[in-house]
Design a protein. Structure first.
Length: 107
C-alpha cells in the first residue's frame, strides 16, 4: 500500500515511518526541512518537502504522491510544552488538509 505520512519526520512520524516500511508499505514521508530528507531515505521511505499549513503545498504533495492512504501525524511537539495551547499539539485537522482525503483512490 502507498502511504502518505504528513509529519513524517516529527515526533510521531519518525517512529511510524520505519515501522510502515518494515511492514512492506511504500511510504512517502513529509518534512518541512530539506536537511531531513536523508533521514527519511535512511528509513527506506521517499521524502517530500511540504508546508503542512499551506493548502496549496499540501495539495501538490498529495497529488504528487498519489497515496492509497493519508496518515496525519503533523504536530507541534518540539520544544517546551505549552499547556495553554494544547490545540496546537493535537488540534483539529488543519484547513489545509480538508478535502485531500477525497483525492481519487485515497482512503
Amino acid at each position: 500500500m502507498r502511504v502518505f505520512v504528513a509529519g513524517g519526520t516529527g515526533v510521531l512520524g519518525r517512529r511510524l515511518v520505519p515501522q510502515l516500511v518494515g511492514r512492506g508499505h511504500e511510504v512517502v514521508a513529509t518534512t518541512t526541512s530539506p536537511g531531513k530528507a536523508g533521514m527519511v531515505e535512511s528509513w527506506g521511505a521517499t521524502p517530500m518537502l511540504m508546508d503542512g499549513l499551506d493548502a496549496s503545498s499540501v495539495g501538490e504533495a498529495v497529488a504528487s504522491a498519489r497515496p492509497d492512504v493519508i496518515v496525519h501525524q503533523l504536530t507541534a511537539l518540539a520544544g517546551k510544552p505549552d499547556m495553554k495551547h494544547m490545540d496546537r499539539w493535537f488540534g483539529d485537522q488543519p484547513a489545509s488538509h480538508r478535502g485531500h482525503r477525497s483525492s481519487p483512490g485515497c482512503r
